[in-house]
Design a protein. Structure first.
Length: 458
């Protein structure tokens, strides 16, 4: 990695930290959403015996500071109790499983990621409830994030873009993490806000950046988000939801995706999405011909065989947090100098079963199922825009959990983006439970929520 990239990344990181601490909370949160773009693990090796200071600050210290600053924090209503309990049980078991892990330091790092997810859930929910997130602030995040990506990709040599996989467009973090972040902002701006020109332009800019990342898994989720956006457009026009409406909007969404695909094929011939498009449109083509899918398929096959061959005790308890590195090294797809124990499986469901056994796998699945149940209930009861936003990222989230290392991205762009959308829905549900409907992007009345905090200098 070039010295210029290292210097710019570290300088930007340390400039944002004091802003996050001293700015009014509304803009402090914006600073945090920009701070997560700087994943400084990319500046070091994947050693399982070292700990980066900057990333410890980003993952543990900064969310904790925000937790003390974001108040008031309201209690969660009973409707969300089970979802919260399932995630806390999952986090607690992952922390307990560090005790029998062969990679204790990496296990503690993983527990730090899960700790960050718990804290950020509380922080973001309170921020939505206090109206500290607005369309304006999220648009600012979009444009600054794209600016960082332009500088990193086209000025500094794209060290984070992975030249082996086609010099992908990304900020100072991996493209597979940057893409879900842009998708989450796209969904929030398009589905939760009023359709003003500034919001729509910012959402379109996020969509363009998403396509340029070349993330095939997130692009599939993007197509689903377009379908949900079409349904919302019909609902806003006063049309009653029906199966025929769903089919028509799905057709419109499919047509939009085809147009985007044709544009990518003709304008961006080197984009990684073309491999997926070619597999769909070419006779006798196979998914194994699509980029990294071939070696991932081999990895998943070996993971299934390893888990299926375990005895009951090992299957129940798991082999310990971050122990997946042992399996990855046995496959010869990794070496000790490039394996990250928390990013070796590329499937969080298989990883949870391997490392945390049946309890960890069950808690993770129950958490996701409960979140989806709440989402569908809110959509069915009153067509909640916030719930539709979460529904729009459900598919990309499940895809990411199936083919990526999403849990280790809790304090990275991907994890923060998904958490933003989930907590937007939770905050809306809490407001409805209190019979105080509070749309995410309504203008704050004078001296309320974040404006009051700004006025008092907190």
């Amino acid at each position: 990695m070039s010295n210029e990239t290292i210097f710019v990344a570290q300088a930007a990181f340390w400039m944002l930290v004091p802003l996050l601490v001293f700015l009014p909370i509304r803009w402090s949160l914006v600073a945090y959403l920009l701070l997560v773009q700087f994943d400084l693990t990319g500046l070091s090796s994947y050693s399982a015996s070292s700990l980066g200071v900057e990333n410890a600050i980003r993952v543990v210290a900064v969310p904790t500071v925000l937790l003390f600053r974001v108040g008031p924090i309201r209690p969660f209503p009973p409707a969300f109790a089970r979802m919260r309990q399932f995630w806390l049980l999952f986090t607690a078991y992952a922390g307990f499983a560090v005790l029998w892990s062969p990679y204790r330091l990496s296990g503690l790092k993983m527990f730090g990621y899960l700790y960050a997810s718990c804290v950020l859930f509380v922080v973001f929910t309170a921020a939505w409830q206090n109206r500290c997130f607005t369309a304006k602030s999220l648009a600012v995040v979009v444009w600054f994030s794209l600016f960082f990506a332009l500088v990193q990709t086209y000025v500094l040599g794209n060290d984070f873009g992975d030249a082996v996989l086609g010099d992908r467009f990304t900020s100072f973090s991996g493209a597979q993490s940057f893409a879900p972040f842009l998708l989450s902002l796209f969904v929030l701006l398009l589905l939760c806000g009023s359709w003003k020109a500034s919001s729509l332009v910012s959402a379109a800019a996020a969509a363009v950046g998403l396509v340029l990342t070349g993330s095939r898994s997130v692009f599939l989720g993007f197509t689903w988000a377009l379908v949900i956006a079409g349904i919302l457009a019909a609902i806003r026009s006063g049309r009653r939801f029906s199966l025929s409406l769903l089919v028509k909007r799905a057709a419109f969404g499919g047509a939009a995706v085809v147009c985007i695909g044709l544009l990518v094929l003709n304008v961006l011939p080197d984009n990684r999405l073309n491999e997926m498009l070619a597999a769909v449109t070419t006779r006798n083509a196979s998914l194994e011909d699509v980029g990294t899918f071939g070696w991932r398929y081999l990895l998943y096959e070996k993971e299934f065989d390893e888990i299926a061959s375990r005895g009951f005790n090992r299957l129940f308890t798991g082999s310990g947090t971050s122990s997946g590195a042992d399996f990855a090294l046995e496959t010869s797809l990794y070496r000790e100098e490039n394996v990250d124990p928390n990013r070796a499986f590329h499937d969080e469901f298989l990883r949870s079963l391997y490392e945390w056994g049946l309890p960890g796998f069950l808690f993770l699945v129950l958490f996701l199922a409960e979140a989806v149940r709440i989402c569908l209930r809110m959509v069915r009861q009153d067509g909640s825009h916030e719930a539709l936003a979460f529904l729009a990222i459900c598919l990309p989230l499940l895809i990411s959990l199936t083919v990526e290392n999403t849990l280790a991205e809790a304090a990275g762009p991907a994890g923060v983006g998904y958490s933003l959308v989930l907590t937007c829905m939770v905050a809306a549900g809490c407001a409805r439970a209190d019979k105080k409907r509070s749309p995410a992007f309504n203008n704050c009345p004078p001296l309320s929520g974040c404006q009051e905090a700004a006025a008092t200098g907190s």
